[in-house]
Design a protein around this ligand. Structure first.
Ligand code: PEP
Ligand code: MG
Length: 902
């Protein structure tokens, strides 16, 4: 006889100390179902019930909205089991069983899907319920809630129709609160609700509990695909889920009078991480009352006085759950006439501060080890400790007042407020008077740096995550939002239009560089003790627990990480900050950033204006001492750590003024005519400057630029070495695409460097290597590595040239690309692993075929992005380099990469 194949299991029972599911079965039972099962198993009081698996939802949508045929049988069997456990029956007026029907996917989607409570009531059952509980008011209150919820959720009757009836009756009897309605009045509400139901559904309210249940199960399954749930999954990038599970569970009644109630709680404070029970509750209420905000809930600590026994039991459960799950839990509970029931537990969401504090505390408490602690933290959690953040109260009142008027790309961290200015000069002037300013530009250019520095925040209407404004602001750790297309900036009128609002010159705005939000008016901020302590050496701040926790997390990260973390820094100050944050070298000094400071721009302009080599050399001679001094400062700050210095990279036109006023000023200063300046600007104009005369191409056509820079680097190294400070310069040639480009410049570099070292009888050692930022270079990396001693992947340009997306213009189409899923993430923010990433891997492999120990790093903005750092670690890079304020995040990500691999 052949054995009959057993039907697929779709329904899982839980309760009374034994469950068919467990916490690990989230995919199948959803988060809520899996944790209800787990709680029941470990002896936490949970009303019994059963979970219909997510596979039913999956089946439903794959089979023309039909459920599996074997399901009903399994539901029936589980109802029987539940009835037995409760000693009551669904639809039985004598021993009525009421149930809740709730959704729950593998990943929490708070409030997005539907729930029905009090299911099983009809005109007979309500009487039985009253006889059983002796609580008439609760019976009618539950009934009216059920008709409302069932009609709304299962039949699409607008909640407002019920609400209107309720308001009418409350007004009639002069009642302010629902809880003040008498039994007689509640009965009137029930009959009014039934009429509403009949009017909008066209049938009487169903009295058969089984029919009610079927409708409710269907409604929950259908709620998987209602627009708000679909939108939530899209926004939160939740793909690949099977669907929602359906939890049918015996009701626990929080609305049975003053010895009943309901609440939500966190096992620790989710805002600051304090190991204190935190939550709120309402007496004589059901779950939705807490969330609906009709009545104001009490803080959980009041329950200690109001119901000491319940509070004590809840405290016990709090500890039990934390010990079991080893993480902060977010729970829902109901008290039914002095009996406590837990209705949900899940890992609680938390702020960055709370995440770090909980991780550190839990290691101290022995709840988790440091590896688990590290894996729980996100880069953004650390970020929140490094920058000023908006005061939560101040921000929420701004939101309530709908002052958030636009959103751009979050390019530079932190939050700031200030008076709007439209030019860099104005930023400097107004900031000098002691006022905080926000510099608002369509885009920024190197000319704007002093204004950018003076501003609290930079806001641009164009540009992407690697635009000038973004790169510079991130380097400084300054708040910056770019690509905020909703801003219509009018420089002439000195105003910005955004929607129907106009922001005038010097009006106050607030900018959130972590979320990209732009808010009208002032939102208060609070400073970071980590920055005050670690960077500014403030003794009090160093004692601050936040600072200590931060250091602890960094210590753990360094214990596990395998790759190094360097920084991109162009000044001794940035370099010093980065070292204080744990940088182990400089991965990129963009020398051109030094050209704008003080008087040196005039020497640069003189060089550009020169007609011949001799003229250029004369101007370069003026620049030499400046550059040498810059490098000396950086070498000293880095005190023996490796320093990668890149030769000049941007196209020359970036150093010239574009406006007539600026050109006139330049002509006066350099003793020429405005026309000559204008002609030079025109001659340098390129259709595609990013693909034009820049990078190594500049030094090949004007070798004297390369020679001056190498001289400055090596002379500085010799000078500093003479003072007994170790120096390790690494000279980097930018933007090569061919071996020949590299070889030419390598030869010039070595000739200049070696002759200085020889002449000075110095022992300074240096390396020469190249950026890998043109796709072709990665493909011929084996040939390039014959002479190159290191590669540094410039993933900003590599992304730009691999995708063919301008890094400065991506803002104009990126939002739509993300929306329509052409791109999953901004490729300038997080490395495109399947495309650009392959070129990185190819470059590393090919390079090391030729030179086994070739040092490889990355210095594009991706070096500070946690996902990218993990990818680079897998690709075998020796280090990542990022802006100083991203160094801690990169250290954490590097540790996570090592832990994931081990
Ligand atoms: C790069 O292209 O990744 C890079 C680091 O250089 P820049 O951003 O200066 O072009
Ligand atoms: Mg580049």
């Amino acid at each position: 006889m052949t054995k009959k194949k057993s039907a697929k299991k779709y329904v899982y029972f839980f309760g009374k100390g034994k469950s068919e599911g467990k916490a690990e079965m989230k995919e199948l039972l959803g988060g809520k179902g899996a944790n209800l099962a787990e709680m029941a198993s470990i002896g936490v009081p949970v009303p019994p019930g059963f979970t219909i698996s997510t596979e039913v939802c999956d089946y439903y949508y794959k089979h023309g909205k039909k459920k599996p045929t074997v399901l009903q049988k399994q539901i029936d069997a589980n109802i029987k089991k539940l009835e037995k456990a409760m000693g009551a029956r669904l639809g039985d007026p004598k021993e009525p069983l009421l149930v809740s029907v709730r959704s729950g996917a593998a990943v929490s989607m708070p409030g997005m899907m539907d729930t029905v409570l009090n299911l099983g009531i009809n005109d007979e059952v309500v009487k039985g319920l009253i006889a059983k509980t002796g609580n008439e008011r609760m019976g009618w209150d539950s009934y009216r809630r059920f008709i409302n919820m069932f009609g709304d959720v299962c039949m699409g009757v607008d909640h407002e129709h019920y609400e209107n009836e309720l308001s009418r009756i409350k007004k009639k009897y002069k009642r302010d609160l629902d809880t003040e309605l008498t039994v007689k009045e509640l009965k009137e509400v029930v009959s009014a609700y039934k009429k509403v139901y009949k009017k909008y559904v066209g049938r009487n309210f169903p009295t058969d509990a089984r029919v009610q249940l079927e409708h409710a199960i269907d409604a929950v399954i259908k709620s998987w695909n209602i627009p708000r749930a679909v939108a939530y999954r899209r926004i939160n990038k939740l793909a690949g889920l099977k669907g929602t599970a359906v939890n049918v569970q015996a009701m626990a009644f929080g609305n049975m009078g003053d010895s009943s109630g309901t609440g939500v709680a966190f096992t620790r404070n989710p805002a600051n991480g304090d190991n204190k029970f935190y939550g709120e509750y309402l007496i004589n209420a059901q779950g939705e009352d807490v969330v609906a905000g009709i009545r104001t809930p009490h803080p959980l600590k009041d329950l200690r006085k109001e119901m000491p026994k319940m509070y004590k039991q809840l405290e016990g459960i709090r500890h039990k759950l934390e010990k079991h799950y080893r993480d902060m839990q977010d729970v829902e509970f109901t008290i039914q006439e002095g009996r406590l029931f837990m209705l949900q537990t899940r890992t609680g969401k938390r702020t960055g501060l709370a995440a770090v504090k909980m991780a550190v505390d839990m290691v101290k408490e022995g709840l988790i080890n440091d590896k688990t602690a590290l894996q729980r933290l996100e880069g953004d959690h650390l970020n929140q400790l490094l920058f000023p953040i908006f005061d939560l109260k101040s921000k929420s009142s701004a939101m309530k007042e709908k002052r958030d008027v636009a959103k751009g790309l979050p390019a530079g961290p932190g939050a700031a407020y200030g008076h709007v200015v439209f030019t860099a000069d104005d930023a400097v002037k107004v900031a000098r008077t002691g006022k905080k300013v926000v510099l608002v530009r369509k885009e920024t250019s190197p000319e704007d740096v002093s204004g950018m520095w003076a501003a609290e925040a930079i806001l641009t209407s164009t540009g992407g995550m690697t635009s000038h404004a973004a790169v510079v602001a991130r380097g400084w750790g300054k708040c910056c939002v770019v690509g905020c297309a909703a801003l219509n900036i009018d420089y002439n009128k000195k105003q910005v239009k955004v929607g129907s609002k106009t922001i005038k010159n010097h009006e106050m705005i607030s900018v959130d560089g972590t979320s990209g939000e732009v808010i009208l008016g002032k939102v208060e901020t609070s400073a970071s003790p980590v920055v005050l302590g670690i960077l500014q050496g403030d003794k009090e701040a160093l004692k601050n627990p936040i600072c200590k926790m931060f250091k602890e997390v960094m210590k753990w990260s360094d214990k596990y990480r395998k790759i190094n973390v360097r920084t991109n820094a162009d000044s001794p100050k940035d370099a010093t900050n980065a070292v204080l944050f744990g940088a182990e070298g400089i991965g990129l000094t963009r020398t051109e950033h030094m050209f704008f400071e003080g008087d040196r721009i005039w020497a640069v302009r003189e060089m550009i204006l020169a007609e011949d080599q001799a003229g250029r050399e004369k101007a370069l001679k003026k620049l030499l001492p400046y550059q040498r001094k810059d490098f000396e400062g950086i070498f000293k700050a880095m005190n023996g750590l490796p320093v990668t210095i890149r030769l000049l990279d941007p196209p020359l036109h970036e150093f010239l003024p574009n406006d007539a006023e600026g050109q006139k000023k330049m002509a006066r200063r350099l003793r020429t005519t405005p026309a000559a300046v204008k002609a030079k600007v025109a001659s340098l104009h390129e259709m595609n400057p990013m693909l034009g005369h820049r990078g190594c191409r500049l030094s090949i056509t004007y070798p004297e630029i390369c020679k001056m820079q190498v001289r400055a680097i090596i002379e500085a190294a010799c000078n500093v070495a003479r003072k007994g400070i170790k120096v390790m310069p690494e000279i980097m040639i930018p933007l090569i695409g061919t071996k020949e480009e590299y070889d030419i410049l390598e030869r010039i570099t070595r000739e200049v460097a070696d002759s200085i070292i020889k002449e000075r009888r110095s022992h300074v050692k240096y390396l020469v290597g190249t950026m890998m930022e043109i796709p072709r270079a990665t493909l011929v990396a084996d040939a390039v590595a014959e002479k190159a001693e290191f590669f540094s992947f410039g993933t900003n340009d590599l992304t730009q040239m691999t995708f063919g997306y301008s890094r400065d213009d991506i803002g104009s189409f990126l939002p739509e690309y993300l929306e329509s899923k052409v791109l999953k993430v901004d490729p300038f923010a997080s490395i495109d692993q399947e495309g650009v990433g392959k070129l990185v891997s190819c470059g590393v492999q090919k390079g090391r075929q030729t030179r086994k120990n070739l040092k490889c790093g990355v210095c594009g903005e991706h070096g500070g992005d946690p996902d990218s750092v993990k990818f680079f670690a897998r690709a075998g890079l020796d280090y990542v380099s990022c802006s100083p304020f991203r160094v801690p995040i990169a250290r954490l990500a590097a540790a996570q990469a090592a832990l994931n691999n081990s």
